[in-house]
Design a protein around this ligand. Structure first.
Ligand code: F6R
Length: 647
């Protein structure tokens, strides 16, 4: 929406304010665009096009590229919908059909930027898609994040005569650079940076100079250094097959990328900065589907390996390696607080049960998004652990900042190396699970539980305890493989399961977070209403839901007490003719209670601390096959994105 245009009468002003609020509310939900820029000798259109495909996992609804054509003029090509033609029904919009003819790229350019957009300010549309080109046509930008003061800036620019062609916050960046341009492109960008509030990273190209400028504050930006080329992007995926050399920009840093692989990094104030070149920690194979129909299925199947990667080098050196990951851990820990969102939070809940029961330290797990608005009471010897797959989740990052500012001991359990949460935490453990590309988190959850166990072993001064966990961890990869023996059965029952309109996932104690996570998986990829509940709470309300449209999914493993109590809850459902699916390590006994139209999935027996790892895998598979049967977009479920980089 063009602010200047609708501002003319009171009614319009009201509508405008409402639209702004709506836009803000949407922003609060999610924002995770991907950006990429290329400067080098190859056809950058092709490099950026392929790079955008690798950024798809972040979630998007429109896409665009901008480049310098042969005459040095800036061109932008945008599309709603998908990047590739093969991902849409015939006749539906996609970027590929606009930039390719007879299988070949129509354009050739050595300076190119690209963007996947997930709508925040303004609907998904071609005009809101990036790049945004300044009114003069001299500058084009792609932007990830939110310019919080864009409305004020936009008004100022409109007063100066700038015309906006989109409803986005991002467009102000292009016009500001244009406004400040006085013969020095870098200087114009630096002046623009002093005006912007919010979290962002952006790339900009110009007609006037042959280089790309990238700036970072709050949103991720990394730089692949090739032999004769530079690729700047939101993460390493777009360039991992071209170069393994990477530098990670910090907040308030900008990069000027030239031809021949040359670059300068400066602070926003213009001071030169020497950056360490690091190695990308994974290979191209890690980001391909390797024959699986979806990334999610591949990632579910990777778990025997990813779980092992999380502990293998560490368990024999607990007292050196793991202790070094958590240096100067307070002696008298007051509380262990696990912070995270979604799946990561549920892993944190598992942590809470482990820490209280086995380390006897008070513990809680907190939705980061709630925690940050509560002005929480934090003590110096509280240990706060931020859990995150992406390492970019805004709420978790904010929660971490709060506890850090309040003087708590902080650490991260993070998958993405060099991510913002990892850097902010400064210490903790990486999961080494490789990139998780399917939007629904799977392998990160199981690796997080390993990492949580390793951390807790530091708190428990009992060699027998530690050894028993280590022994069982070593058995775990084979036990996970045993879980896959159920895969055919799960695939076969999926069409019947998909007929249910509602699911209650029920578990007790350490299986309660598993119930929550199982339900989350079903909701997000199959789009079926599913609720996770503590099975003990079931008779306090949810039992009223029992009817033919409801399937109750029970997780019944663990110590005898928990087992028996959960079994009682199952019998309460059965006595009301409810239909159940049971995950259990005690199939023979369970069969006695189940009817022919109930379902049973056998899992190997393990110790309670690791049982969530075993139990979640059939639930991941169940959601996967139900979603596949229903023809859902499993790797990119609607309305969801991989990194949620806005609160
Ligand atoms: C669920 C899912 C989300 C994430 C959550 C936190 O499958 O993917 O619930 O778990 O957005 O993300 P990270 O772990 O990247 O901080």
């Amino acid at each position: 929406m063009d602010g200047a245009r609708v501002y003319k009468n009171k009614n319009a002003l009201f509508i405008y304010i409402r639209c702004c609020l709506d836009a803000c509310l949407i922003c609060l939900v999610v924002n995770m665009c991907g950006i990429i820029g290329y400067i080098g000798n190859d056809n950058g259109i092709e490099v950026v096009f392929n790079g955008l495909i690798r950024l798809e996992y972040r979630g998007y609804d429109s896409v665009g590229i901008g480049f310098k054509d042969k005459k040095g003029k800036i061109k932008a090509v945008k599309s709603v919908g998908r990047i590739q033609r093969s991902d849409v029904a015939p006749g539906m919009p996609n970027l590929e059909e606009k930039i390719k003819e007879n299988g070949r790229f129509k354009f050739d350019s050595q300076i190119v930027i690209g963007h996947t957009r997930w709508a925040t300010h303004g609907a998904p549309s071609e005009r809101n898609a990036h790049p945004h080109v300044s009114m003069s046509g001299r500058f084009a930008i792609v932007h990830n994040g939110i310019i919080e003061n864009y409305y004020t800036l936009k008004k100022e620019l409109v007063d100066k005569g700038y015309k906006f062609s989109s409803e986005t916050d991002s467009e102000v960046i292009a016009h500001l650079i244009d406004y400040f341009y006085n013969g020095d492109f870098v200087e114009a960008v630096r002046k623009t940076l002093t005006k912007l509030d919010g979290a962002y990273s952006f790339l900009v190209i110009s007609e006037v100079d042959d280089f790309i400028i990238g700036a970072k504050k709050g949103s991720p930006l990394c730089v692949g250094i090739g032999n004769d080329e530079i690729i700047i992007s939101s993460d390493e995926m777009p360039f991992v097959d071209r170069t393994k050399k990477v530098i990670y920009l910090n907040d308030n840093e900008l990069i000027i990328a030239y031809f021949n692989g040359n670059y300068d990094v400066k602070s926003f104030e213009g001071i030169d900065i020497e950056k360490e070149i690091k190695g990308v920690p994974y290979d191209i194979e890690a980001i391909t589907k390797a024959g699986y129909k979806h990334f999610m299925l591949k990632e579910i199947h990777e778990q025997p390996t990813t779980v092992k990667n999380a502990f293998i080098s560490r368990v024999d050196h607990l007292d050196t390696m793991v202790r070094d990951n958590f240096p100067n851990l307070p002696r008298n820990i007051n509380r262990v607080i696990y912070l995270g969102c979604g799946t990561s939070l549920y892993a944190g809940m598992v942590g809470m049960y482990i820490t209280e029961r086995y380390a006897h330290v008070p513990s809680r797990s907190e939705y980061a998004s709630e925690f940050i608005y509560r002005d929480p009471v934090i003590f110096r010897n509280d240990v706060c652990i931020a859990l995150s797959q992406s390492g970019e989740t805004a709420d978790t990052k904010e929660a971490l900042k709060i506890v850090k500012d309040k003087g708590a001991y902080v650490a991260g359990i993070v998958n993405t190396v060099g991510s913002q949460i990892a850097r902010l935490a400064g210490k903790g453990m990486y999961l080494h699970a490789g990139p998780e590309i399917g939007v629904a988190s799977t392998k990160a959850f199981t690796s997080q539980i390993i990492a949580i166990n390793l951390f807790n072993m530091l708190l428990i001064d009992d060699d027998d305890y530690r050894q028993s966990i280590i022994n069982e961890m070593k058995r775990l990869p084979n036990k996970i493989k045993d879980v896959f023996n159920n895969e055919d059965y799960i695939r076969d029952i999926a069409p019947m399961i998909a007929r249910y309109k509602n699911f209650l996932y029920l578990g007790r104690d350490i299986n309660y977070p598993v119930a929550l996570e199982g339900a989350l998986k079903m909701k997000e990829i199959a789009y079926i209403h599913a609720e996770g509940y503590s099975s003990g709470e079931m008779k306090h309300g949810p039992i009223a839901l029992v009817d033919d449209n409801l399937l109750s999914v029970f997780i019944i493993t663990g110590g005898r007490d928990i087992y028996q109590k959960t079994l009682n809850n199952l019998l309460e459902i059965k006595s009301r003719n409810g239909k159940v699916l049971v995950i259990t390590d005690n199939v023979d006994e369970m069969r006695k209670y189940l009817g022919n139209d109930d379902y049973i999935i056998k899992v190997p027996n393990t110790i309670p601390q690791l049982t969530p790892i075993i139990n979640i895998i059939p639930l991941q598979l169940l959601s996967y096959y139900v979603a596949d049967h229903l023809g859902r977009e499993i790797d990119k479920p609607r309305n969801l994105a991989k990194s949620v980089t806005v609160e």
